[in-house]
Design a protein around this ligand. Structure first.
Ligand SMILES: [Zn+2]
Length: 201
């Protein structure tokens, strides 16, 4: 998950993002199904907000040979607008099908471990009897939070290196994955494709 930070921590380590995929021409493209909660008739985030999140995720994942295509933006029913408990998060599992990465954008996302709110989470559930995992973003999410949660989706734990996308502490430049994380993303990418959990486009 990504906590709400009162201020951005300044990192000392310089990041060395990889410029291009290693030995691959075309990225493997996965579809994102994004369901957005409504406030009355209005989505809690704008299409431009979603596009910016997807653009940043694509920047982060490009060196791993992964790209995301935002498919349709669908309405998330009122019952899922506010996420307070673990149960609220699990109740999204029946909405998750095969082939695509599912992303839910909600009006508020409580921290279930301590008081407060978080910006996003990669959530695992067996509520349906089948293992499902998906991303939940709060409307308060900063611009790199989708990329961070997709980093978890593709197998990465948190990092304590400032400036790493999987760290809570930002560095001087734009956040990035390191080489080991990029290799892990490639492994998970290939595993998702082999198992049929994700179907490339
Ligand atoms: Zn996290």
């Amino acid at each position: 998950m990504l906590r709400v930070l009162p201020a951005l921590a300044l990192g000392l380590a310089a990041m060395t993002p990889l410029a291009a995929a290693e030995g691959e021409d075309e990225p493997v493209r996965f579809g994102l199904r994004i369901e957005v909660a409504r406030e009355g008739e209005s989505p809690v985030v704008s299409p431009a907000w979603l596009e910016a999140q997807v653009r940043e995720a694509n920047r982060l994942f490009a060196p791993a040979g992964v790209a995301f295509d935002q498919l349709e933006e669908a309405a998330l029913p009122e019952a899922h607008r506010v996420m307070t408990t673990r149960r609220d998060r699990h109740r999204l599992a029946p909405r998750v099908g095969d082939d695509l990465v599912h992303v839910f954008v909600v009006a508020s996302l409580a921290n279930v471990d301590e008081p407060g709110f978080i910006q996003g989470v990669h959530w695992r559930s067996r509520l349906t009897g089948t293992y499902r995992h998906y991303v939940i973003l709060s409307r308060i999410a900063g611009g790199s939070v989708l990329g961070h949660e997709l980093g978890h989706f593709f197998g990465n734990p948190h990092s304590d290196v400032p400036g790493n996308i999987m760290s809570y502490a930002r560095g001087n430049g734009p956040p990035a994955f390191d080489r080991a994380q990029l290799r892990r993303i490639r492994r998970f990418r290939d595993r998702f494709v082999r198992s049929g959990e994700l179907v490339p486009r």
